[in-house]
Design a protein around this ligand. Structure first.
Ligand code: SF4
Ligand code: ZN
Ligand code: ZN
Length: 310
């Protein structure tokens, strides 16, 4: 029978192929939490006194972020708030919002729930039902969500926005942007955003080095309430295709995601130096006052089109 490499207990719940580590439940929770907190310190993601807004979808990633950051909140190192965005996806989002609310309530954290429809007049399903739309679901969803989260974080006085991006997400983003030749986007991938405008709150990714699989294990081991449903639009995206490809490769090459990330982090300063110098002339959107590089920000431009305003 396998014994935990750290404490000798059984049963072992995880075997880390890369390091050869085998861990029992308690040691897995402890080592994963420590790994996340170490990453936060190493990348200087959080400082004492920060007010962190967690983008809480109710899925395993954001629930784990909230759970780990709550330990810093309890120790009075940071203030914490959760923000949930209801995109308006039938049969998927309602459950997530309920779970998000439960988690925030259980931890006694302030929670704001807002919807894309409140701000932009339509649900994501309504936007997608229109044949004349110009983009895929994830493009509208991403642009509107970013706009909303940035606005609410500022309203709440948050100094950081924490998202649940994990190792799989980050590897997908790196590969996607390579494959599409989108070097400008590559210069922006990292543990912490470097906003070019004071109106953007700094975004942090505490789970960036944690594989999705281990996040699933963590929430089960901690008995956290999460929803595991997959967004019905996720399979349509290029990201989904890249994700499946990387997962397949990982079966025979278990460290491939980690090495992609580490390799990218090493060359990123060079990419940034060469291609990241393009300072965008950021002004403010004439409609909403949020940062924009044209008259209208992307969210207002999309909103104008989907609502067929002249
Ligand atoms: Fe939005 Fe796309 Fe994610 Fe679904 S998969 S929640 S549409 S970004
Ligand atoms: Zn152990
Ligand atoms: Zn705008």
């Amino acid at each position: 029978m396998n014994l935990c490499t750290k404490c000798g207990a059984t049963p072992v719940i995880v075997k880390r192929k890369a390091s050869g580590q085998m861990l029992c439940k308690a040691c897995f929770i402890e080592s994963t939490t420590e790994k996340v907190l170490k990453g936060i310190r190493r990348n200087k993601l959080i400082e004492k006194g920060d007010k962190v807004a967690v983008a809480l979808s109710g899925g395993k990633d954001s629930v784990m972020v909230l759970d780990i950051l709550h330990s810093l909140y309890e120790r009075n190192i940071i203030d914490l708030i959760a923000i949930t965005i209801d995109e308006g996806i039938e049969g998927y989002r309602k459950h997530g919002v309920e779970i998000a609310a439960k988690n925030a309530q259980k931890l006694g954290i302030d929670h704001r729930i807002v919807s894309i429809k409140d701000y932009f007049g339509k649900t994501l399903d309504e936007i997608m039902a229109d044949e004349s739309r110009e983009h895929g679901a994830c493009t509208y969803c991403g642009v509107f969500r970013r706009w909303i989260i940035n606005k609410i974080a500022r309203e709440e006085g948050a100094t950081k926005i924490a998202t649940g991006h994990n190792l799989d997400d980050e590897t997908q983003a790196i590969l996607m942007n390579y494959l599409e030749g989108n070097i400008d986007n590559l210069t922006r991938i990292g543990a912490k955003s470097e906003p070019k405008n004071d109106k953007f709150t700094v975004k942090i990714k505490p789970l960036r080095e944690i594989p999705e699989k281990e996040i699933g294990l963590y929430v089960v081991a901690r008995e956290l309430d999460v929803h595991f449903d997959e967004c019905p639009y996720s399979r349509e995206s290029f990201r989904g295709e890249v994700g499946r490809f990387v997962k397949e490769l990982s079966v025979n090459h278990p460290t491939i995601m980690y090495s992609t990330l580490k390799g990218f982090d090493k060359i990123k300063p060079a990419i940034k130096k060469e291609f990241g110098g393009k300072k965008s002339s950021m002004g403010v959107c004439i409609k909403c006052g949020e940062p924009a590089s044209h008259d209208l920000c992307r969210a207002c431009l999309f909103s104008k089109k989907i609502n067929k305003e002249e």
